[in-house]
Every structure is written in structure tokens, then in C-alpha cells.
Design a protein around this ligand. Sequence first.
Ligand SMILES: NC(=O)c1ccc[n+]([C@@H]2O[C@H](COP(=O)([O-])OP(=O)(O)OC[C@H]3O[C@@H](n4cnc5c(N)ncnc54)[C@H](OP(=O)(O)O)[C@@H]3O)[C@@H](O)[C@H]2O)c1
Length: 438
Amino acid sequence: MAAPLKVGIAGLGTVGASVVRLIAEGRADLAARCGRPVEVVAVCARSKGKNRGVDLGRFRWFSDPVALAGDPRIDAFVELMGGEGDPAHAAAAAALKAGKSVVTANKALLARHGVALAALAEKNGGALNFEAAVGGAIPVVKTLREALAGNEISRVYGILNGTCNYMLSRMEREKLSFEECLKEAQRLGYAEADPSFDIEGHDTAQKLSILASLTFGTRVDPKALYVEGISSIATADLEAAEELGYRIKLLGVAVKTPKGIEQRVHPTMVPKDSAIAQVMGVTNAVTIDAVGIAPITLVGPGAGGMATASAVVSDIADVARGLRVPPFGRPAAKLRDSRKAPMQRHEGGYYIRLLAKDRPGSAAAIARRLAQHNISMESIVQRHAGPPAGGAAGGGKPVPVILITYATTEDAVRKALAAVKRDRVISGEPQLIRIEKN
Ligand SMILES: NC(=O)c1ccc[n+]([C@@H]2O[C@H](COP(=O)([O-])OP(=O)(O)OC[C@H]3O[C@@H](n4cnc5c(N)ncnc54)[C@H](OP(=O)(O)O)[C@@H]3O)[C@@H](O)[C@H]2O)c1
């Protein structure tokens, strides 16, 4: 059998410790599949004394990840520390410059430095593999980069954040408020103490920027994204979605349009019978629309130690087999700047929820403003107003009105709603959710 692949791992937390365990438990199969053994020989973390539930006694210990990355006794460097800056960046760059292969699960690092690191890998002959950075155990990177290398892809979209999907699922099923769900997600360890990175859509955005690059051959550019989170979603929206035949998901969508490439993250109404709508809880899913074939949907665990380690170990196996592919599916020098389609020109259907003031002419004023902006309605649902507020003079409670539009533009909807607000015929802010068709 050929010489073993000698691996150094920096980061022994949730993912790193699972990678050590998976390689130890799967040693024989891994060697058979790769044609050579895969051996962890050195590890690095901040605290040497911490019990990580795995036997680290046989490995050399490094306290400096950059020193481990440059160590001539390793062939592959596995970065599982996280963070877009140093030491993750310095260590990955040092390993690549030394001609080693790098495997990482670090979406933040790739969103920020992915193209430069890919160029370094190509120049020095190493691989840069990052299957675990998007969708955990779901093999979406390899599907886009390798399995669909011969296909033109028009759209890729998915549920890329388990925390948000867990919260939306529970809000829908148990009619819980956003705040109640967030507390529950934090108690169960699905949401961080500071959940804003997940719920405001930034985690999804980093992952989408990587998928968009793989799909369209564009340079990873988080600034090309429109990002909106789920904190404005109310149970009233989930109930209305249910009635109208939709579910609400936080989607990352990258799509080629005549105006350029749209990369957007926002709560989205998806038809209840679509594959993506069936995905509940912390599970992730990605749908790929390749020209000429029916959509492909990949579903699976998007996070967690073992799920993420599964993708990391498969990337290490590729290195052991000697597989080298351009990290983003084509040489880094051939990646283009993305022609960003302005969000104002996004075209699609919209869900709009308004609180119309309970007085004559409100509904007519709303209808007039929408018509002025050429917005046609697919459906209009007017709920009953509650009883008059405390019997006060001046009319009853505002009346919830739910509108579903036919395809229109973001610009038209925004302008129509601004005019409706100026007319003072609604209370509060209108709710706006984009609809994504199958
Ligand atoms: N957790 C998931 O489900 C998941 C899913 C997909 C992708 N990822 C990605 O995988 C990576 C690791 O995530 P994780 O959840 O395993 O993180 P984690 O549990 O916080 O572990 C991070 C590890 O990195 C070590 N570390 C941090 N800074 C270091 C430094 N300056 N020098 C040396 N070691 C350092 C820590 O050492 P100590 O243990 O000594 O503190 C710890 O072992 C991240 O990029 C994350 O985005 C995670």
C-alpha cells in the first residue's frame, strides 16, 4: 500500500474532535477506499489540557496553528478553528504556500479570502477542499463543482441555516411567537447566545456566496448579496402562508437573470408542495436547477459535529486519492466579477400583509396605489377586524389585509407601499415577503 497521508488538524472543538473520532473509527475502510492509510499525526488547539472525549495521546501537539500548517511532517492541513481572519487565514495560506493541501469547514474564511486561497492552492499544487463549509454533511459543493461540471445551472437555492429553519418550523407548527422560539432554540443549543448572525441571514449569506461562485463562475463576493433575516416574521404570516398554500423559509437564492446575477437571502414563500417546503427543523436543503433536467434537491443535516466531520473526512479522502480540482470549479484566474442584478429590479410575486384602518375608502385607496404601479392581484384576503378598541370613538381596530401579487418588480411594490403609507390608510409597517416559484 502507498505511503500514508499525514494529516495535521488545527481546531479540536465540535467539528475537530469528531474528525479525529471518525478517522480513528473508519481507519480500515478509509485506507481501502483511498488506496493508502490516512493518519492524523499532529493537532493544535488553544487549551492542551481540555478533555475532548477523544484520544490525542499519539499526536504531536502544537500551540501555534501556523507552525503546524508549515510543519514538513504533514501532507495535509485541516483548519477547524473558524473565523475569517488569523490564525485561520495565516495558517491556511502558510500550508498552501508550502505546497500542502488544505481542508476547511470555515465559510467565513472562504467568503472573505476564498479566491486568493484558491489561487495559492493552484499555484503551489495543493488542493483546497471545503465541502463542510456549506450544508454540513450534504455534498453540495462536490455536486456543483464535479457532478454537474457539464451542466448549465440557472438557479441554486436552499435552506442553509438550521437555526432559522428550526424556528420557522416551530412557529408554524406550534403557533409560537418569534421570541418564544428563539428562547427555546437557545435552550436546546440550536441558537447562539448572540443569535443575530444566524437570524439576520448573515450565516446563510456567507454560504450562498460560496454556492454562487461554484454555480456561476463568479468571484466570491459577500458584498454582492441582498440580506434580510427572519426577525420580522409573525405567526400571522405563517398562518396566512398555510391558508394560501405556501410555507415560509429563509432561503439563499442565486439566480441568473437578464439583468445579472441575483444573490439574495430573505424569508421566502415557497409552494407547500415543493421539495424545499418539506424540509423542517434543523435540516438543510439545496435545490439546483440545471438547464434541461428536472430540479435536483439535496437534503440532510447541515450542522453538528459528526455531520460536519463527515464532509471534512470525505475532503481528506480526496486529498489522499490525489484528486485535484480547481476549488471553485474553474481556475481562480478565470473567475469573473459578478454582474450584480440590483434588488430593485427583482421580479416575482409578493405577499403583502397590511393593517388597513377601519374607515371608508381605505381598501379603495390601497387598490388604487397598487394599480397605479401596475401591480395585479392573484388573491386578496381581508380578515375580520376585532371588536372596536375599548368602544372608543373613531372606528374599530385596523383590519388585516393579505395580498398576493402576480409577478411584478421590487421597485413597483416598494413605491406602491410607500404611497399607501403616505395616504395614512394603514397602521404600522407593511409586511413584505417574496414568493419563489418551483
Ligand atoms: N459546529 C458545526 O456544526 C459546524 C458546521 C459547519 C461548519 N462549521 C465550521 O467549522 C469550524 C469549527 O467549528 P466548531 O463548531 O468546531 O468550533 P468550536 O467548537 O468553537 O472549536 C474551535 C476550535 O478551534 C480552537 N481554536 C480557536 N482559536 C484557536 C487559536 N487561536 N489557536 C489554536 N486553536 C484555536 C479551539 O481551541 P480550544 O478548544 O482549546 O478552545 C477549538 O478547539 C468553523 O469554521 C465553523 O464555522 C461548524
